[in-house]
Write a protein that binds this ligand. Structure first.
Ligand SMILES: NC(=O)c1ccc[n+]([C@@H]2O[C@H](COP(=O)([O-])OP(=O)(O)OC[C@H]3O[C@@H](n4cnc5c(N)ncnc54)[C@H](OP(=O)(O)O)[C@@H]3O)[C@@H](O)[C@H]2O)c1
Length: 258
């Protein structure tokens, strides 16, 4: 199936690693242009070089999604370079889950800023351009948005908020031709699990196999970042033209809810 992504342009936050980089790779392989961002300049440069040689062009823009000016610069740089914007992927984030007792206001508000307000502000900055040709927004969320469990705060609350924003924005923006969808992620290979394995003093294979077993993931393994990227590319593509306000679990059957 041709995803009809050639010649289109996408912004991917947190595109310098993990799932964001896998998505950038998939889109660029399809001939789309991508602008990726992250805070660490060296990591961003490495990621941009990974994208070299693919059919679509890539630029890296250093940006912290918690800063409005950075988000506005990200959109401006993308338009300066590619002249159009067809979609944004709100993906930058980090794990923040622990017990309610001991969780302070600051930590809760910081997670909301990173995972919810960054998305709101980027969509606000991108919207006039997305409206020009009928664009798409894709939010990287987590299965805990619909199925929060003990020890999953504040992330599960931020992700549930992301779900509400996804659905309401989808309905409001549909008449303007802008689609808004979300992927609810379970446990998928990425740099964050590489770091977790290192912290545990285990090899990546050992760590992730034990994790999959402990969590009883029905498919018996973590997802591959390319498996996330395939779903992301489809939802961003015109082939998903009648799909909006939807969530897709990419979790190997882990979530108890659809
Ligand atoms: N992988 C999973 O199993 C899983 C599960 C549930 C949800 N998720 C969500 O999926 C998204 C991607 O996760 P991942 O596993 O790919 O994470 P990752 O491997 O840690 O990559 C995170 C990316 O986001 C960037 N980033 C982090 N904070 C940022 C900020 N303030 N401003 C700009 N960029 C920032 C990082 O670059 P810098 O650090 O250089 O800024 C990096 O490029 C996250 O929102 C995560 O919470 C992932």
């Amino acid at each position: 199936m041709d995803l009809e992504l050639k010649g289109r342009t996408f912004v991917i936050t947190g595109g310098s690693g993990g799932l964001g980089l896998a998505t950038a790779r998939r889109l660029a392989a399809e001939g789309a242009s991508v602008a990726i961002c992250g805070r660490d300049e060296a990591r961003l440069e490495r990621a941009t070089s990974v994208l070299e040689g693919l059919p679509g062009e890539a630029i890296g823009v250093r940006a912290d999604v918690r800063e409005v000016v950075d988000l506005e610069r990200l959109v401006d740089r993308t338009l300066d370079r590619f002249g159009r914007l067809d979609g944004v992927v709100n993906n930058a984030g980090r794990a923040a889950a622990g017990a309610f007792e001991g969780l302070g206001d600051e930590e809760i508000l910081a997670d909301h800023e990173l995972k919810v307000m960054a998305m709101v502000r980027l969509v606000r900055a991108a919207l006039p351009h997305l409206k020009e040709r009928g664009g798409a927004v894709l939010n990287s969320l987590a299965v805990s948005a619909k199925a929060p469990i003990a020890g999953s705060l504040p992330t599960s609350a931020s992700r549930a908020a992301g779900l509400a924003w996804t659905k309401a924005m989808a309905q409001e923006l549909a008449p303007a031709g802008v689609r808004v969808n979300a992927i609810l992620i379970g446990y998928v290979d990425s740099d964050q699990w590489v770091r977790a394995a290192q912290d545990a003093g285990q090899s990546y294979e050992e760590f992730t196999a034990a994790l999959a077993e402990r969590l009883r993931i029905p498919m018996g393994r973590l997802g591959r970042s390319e498996e996330f990227a395939d779903v992301a590319a489809f939802l961003l593509s015109p082939r998903a033209s009648y799909v909006t306000g939807a969530t897709v679990n990419v979790d190997g059957g882990f979530s108890p809810v659809p």
